[in-house]
Design a protein around this ligand. Structure first.
Ligand SMILES: *Cc1c(COP(=O)(O)O)cnc(C)c1O
Length: 370
């Protein structure tokens, strides 16, 4: 049974599908891996997969076990392991379940070769390090990789890289040049673009794009909102006012007394704290909506509660609905705005949604939004 404590995360599968279609419309020639890693950025792997089941060209995630579970649930599209294999058992699963597999270093390639019977075709994504300097082959190691791959006739290869600054001022030019240098006269398939590159750098679209954050309705950019991009929020975090206080000038709020009222104020206490996944670093002034009106948080976020200013919302009392982020009955608060106030990004807010928050599916979203 779901808890009666009023906090809920409302997930809208129709928004995920809308956002996937938007990604496809930006890269109409490319196929798209729907990135559902990290429990679909906190939205629930299965909810995202269900939302996209009939349309996604493929699904991308990290853990081999999750990929196998998708296969066992009847998912027939390609499934990409974004960090490749970690063990001999993973290699066997890759072959048995026809998983597509990133290979990012020689050690990993050797693990594959040692443990795989390459008698049926296997799809490998050879990852090139073009400047991110996390994973990937360099010009020095790529030659050796090709040598090993020559001995595996049943392997088809896609070349990939990942952009560090597709959302920023430097963009993709440097890494794209480097990619072309390293890949030489490669004429096979290529996969480069994350959400930011899909939206801003069409020259990166190639054969397969890899939308992640945009599927969930947040903007990959600091200077362009999700709404401006035509994205729909897939997660709404909502709760209610469970306490009301009247403050005199000079009264303080919450742990550390970091907020002091400079005039008489009415504040509401919301059943949502950092143990629900709300960022503790969100300062006084972080946007929040109560009964359809935007207002601001006051004081420090505590484990189970936070406070907001109700001075201009006199009708809001105990039980009044609150939207922490997303598009709720209490109003619209972009997760990106909360993240910016808290010095982070919506990716982290979504992924940090705590297991104790009950999740409900918003099946009506599709109807309401049309
Ligand atoms: C997570 C990830 C993506 C998706 O990135 P977004 O910025 O969320 O679109 C794409 N490619 C790789 C390799 C990833 O790890």
């Amino acid at each position: 049974m779901k808890s009666s404590r009023p906090i809920r995360a409302r997930i809208a599968p129709a928004a995920i599908l809308h956002n996937y279609r938007l990604a496809k419309s930006h890269a109409p020639e490319a196929k798209a891996w729907a990135v559902v890693k990290a429990n679909a950025y906190g939205h629930g792997q299965w909810r995202a997969v269900e939302a996209l089941r009939s349309e996604a060209d493929g699904f991308a995630l990290l853990e081999c076990e999750n990929a196998v579970a998708l296969r066992e649930a009847g998912v027939t599209q390609p499934i990409l392991l974004l960090e490749g294999v970690f063990s001999a058992r993973d290699v066997r699963a890759v072959i048995e379940h026809r998983l597509t597999c990133v290979v990012h270093c020689l050690e990993q390639l050797k693990l594959l070769v040692r443990n795989g019977q390459f008698v049926t075709p296997v799809s490998l994504y050879l990852k090139l390090n073009t400047g991110m300097n996390r994973l990937g082959f360099t010009p020095e190691t790529l030659g050796k990789a090709w040598e090993i791959l020559q001995q595996l006739p049943q392997v088809d290869v896609t070349l990939m890289t990942h952009f560090a600054e597709a959302d920023g001022e430097r963009g993709v030019t440097g890494q794209l040049d480097r990619f072309r240098q390293i890949s030489g006269d490669w004429g096979g398939p290529v996969s480069l673009a994350n959400s930011a590159a899909i939206l801003r750098h069409p020259q990166t679209h190639a054969e397969w794009v890899r939308p992640g954050i945009m599927l969930y309705g947040a903007s990959p950019f600091a200077d362009q909102s999700a709404a401006e991009l035509g994205l729909q929020a897939a997660m709404t975090l909502e709760s209610a006012i469970i306490g009301v206080q009247s403050l005199q000038a000079g009264d303080r709020v919450g742990y550390g007394g970091t907020f002091t009222a400079d005039k008489p104020m009415r504040i509401g206490i919301v059943a949502c704290g950092y143990a629900d996944g709300y960022p503790r670093h969100a300062p006084s002034g972080t946007p929040i909506a109560v009964m359809g009106q935007r207002t601001k948080t006051v004081g420090r976020v505590s484990m189970d509660m936070l406070a907001c200013d109700l001075s201009d919302i006199p009708e809001a009392g105990i039980g009044a609905p609150v939207t922490l982020w997303g598009e709720g009955i209490a109003g619209h608060v972009p997760a990106d705005d909360v993240a910016t106030a808290a010095g982070t990004i919506a990716y982290e807010l979504f992924c940090a949604l705590a297991p104790r928050v009950p999740v409900i599916l918003d099946e009506t979203a599709a109807v309401n939004r049309k």
